[in-house]
Unconditional design. Structure first.
Length: 310
């Protein structure tokens, strides 16, 4: 039996609807609305991935609106369905939405996402703005879920997106009905982008590491990348090239260029982890706490030896 229609607040880190960078947010909103849910949305006005739970404390935050029918932006709301945009991080969007824009609303749940791509393993979860949005909701004593759609190719067929939306809403309703939220915590949910409903696995975070996430671009390299791709197959951002133009020769710019493939597809993850679940096209649900862990508290670090020097 399904729960009553929920009242939810949504933010993401991919920004407003966009085929290239944020293709899942609008179909997900429309799916929840088709279930009768009361959905409020406050998104960053541009891409804010890999930003975790950060705040830009020296920047003022500007509000605007995204018109769902036309894709146009305005400083004035033109329709009730307009999406609120803030020139801010996902965590900032949640804080301002909860305490200012929608301060009179009593939300059942806050959802970060759905993210354009997986947020599995420690390397992504520690960096994810999607999870950062959900963490910020927990700081305001709200139930929260971080949601990501993990894709395995660039085939973003509508039936796959709708299937992912259905799996996501099924899991969200189930978790809300069971009301087994971790104390001071949230759930990290990764849904595979496939064309059939898949089983759910309760998982731990896969733990791994990485090396450099950046590559230096010399002037000639920047010019050479104007029409070519870098080693990861992604186009070097136009903003990187624009920034280099008109500056002194010999300047070096560092471009964000992680090896996404190796990070997303570890060779042999444990079968109880989110990485393994996604490799086998399961829905991964990871309960997590909005706090850093402490470690090795039972060890004797011999700090007493320092007291003699005081």
């Amino acid at each position: 039996m399904s729960v009553r229609p929920l009242k939810v607040l949504i933010s993401n880190d991919d920004g407003p609807p966009c085929k290239e960078e944020s293709p899942f947010i609008l179909p997900f909103i429309e799916h929840l609305e088709s279930l009768g849910w009361d959905v409020k949305v406050c998104l960053p006005d541009s891409q804010k991935s890999w930003i975790s739970k950060s705040f830009m404390i020296k920047e003022h935050v500007e509000m605007s609106y995204y018109h769902r029918e036309t894709g146009e932006r305005s400083y004035h709301r033109r329709a009730p369905s307009d999406i609120v945009l803030l020139s801010a991080t996902p965590a900032t969007c949640i804080n301002i939405a909860l305490h200012h824009i929608f301060k009179d609303e009593q939300f059942d749940l806050v959802i970060g996402g759905p993210n354009f791509g997986r947020n599995s393993a420690n390397i992504y979860t520690l960096s994810s703005g999607t999870i950062g949005a959900a963490l910020e909701a927990v700081m305001s004593q709200k139930k929260a879920i971080a949601l990501s759609f993990a894709f395995f190719s660039r085939d973003f067929a509508e039936n796959k997106i709708q299937c992912a939306c259905q799996m996501a809403s099924n899991v969200i309703q189930h978790l809300y009905k069971k009301d087994m939220w971790p104390a001071n915590g949230l759930f990290n949910v990764n849904v595979p982008l496939v064309d059939e409903l898949r089983p759910v696995r309760l998982t731990h975070f896969h733990t791994t590491s990485y090396g450099s996430l950046f590559r230096p671009l010399k002037d000639k390299m920047i010019a050479d990348t104007a029409t070519t791709s870098d080693d990861s197959g992604e186009m070097v951002e136009q903003s990187v090239r624009n920034e280099a133009e008109g500056h002194e020769p010999g300047r070096t710019i560092f471009h964000f260029a992680p090896d996404i493939k190796s990070m997303s597809h570890p060779a042999d993850p444990d079968s109880n982890t989110d990485a393994w679940a996604l490799q086998h096209r399961y829905v991964s649900v990871t309960p997590m706490v909005a706090a850093y862990q402490v470690a090795n508290m039972d060890m004797d670090y011999e700090f007493d030896s320092l007291h003699a020097k005081i």
